[in-house]
Design a protein. Structure first.
Length: 140
């Protein structure tokens, strides 16, 4: 494997009640605790909870086995919010692993203390927050 650089554009924020609008495409997604201000029609992100990958974002998130665990982390008045970026199926795992390792997400277990790929650079842009803009991870 060689060093790789990924330039990602995240799309978000999709609140829990609108998750069926997620595309059925391959990508990496991010789960947040958030507060929705109805008056401003705006989302405030409070914590990055989880990063995952999917061959089909819509199906994976809608049927994810960790919904209950994510929900237990919510504070009163909060809900889950998601953002995503399109990444080909062949690159999903490497991008997911780099973002988890670099950002040390609360609920991910795999890749927090190990990174099995060569040097990986992930530049983030678009509708995302809390995730680092520049993520550089080395094989561990």
């Amino acid at each position: 494997m060689d060093e790789k650089t990924y330039n990602l554009i995240f799309r978000g924020y999709i609140r829990e009640e609108n998750i069926y609008s997620l595309p059925s495409t391959s990508g990496v997604y991010v789960v947040y605790r958030c507060y929705f201000d109805k008056a401003l029609h705006a989302v405030s992100l409070n914590e990055l909870l989880y990063i995952g990958k999917a061959d089909d974002l819509n199906t994976r998130i809608n049927k994810h086995e960790d919904w209950d665990e994510w929900g237990r982390k919510l504070h009163p008045g909060e809900q889950l919010c998601f953002c995503y970026t399109i990444v080909t199926g062949l690159e999903n795992e490497r991008v997911e692993a780099a973002l988890i390792n670099s950002n040390q997400t609360r609920l991910n277990k795999e890749y927090k203390n190990a990174f099995p790929f060569d040097k990986t650079i992930v530049n983030c842009a678009g509708g995302y927050s809390i995730i680092k803009t520049l993520n550089i991870v080395y094989r561990q």
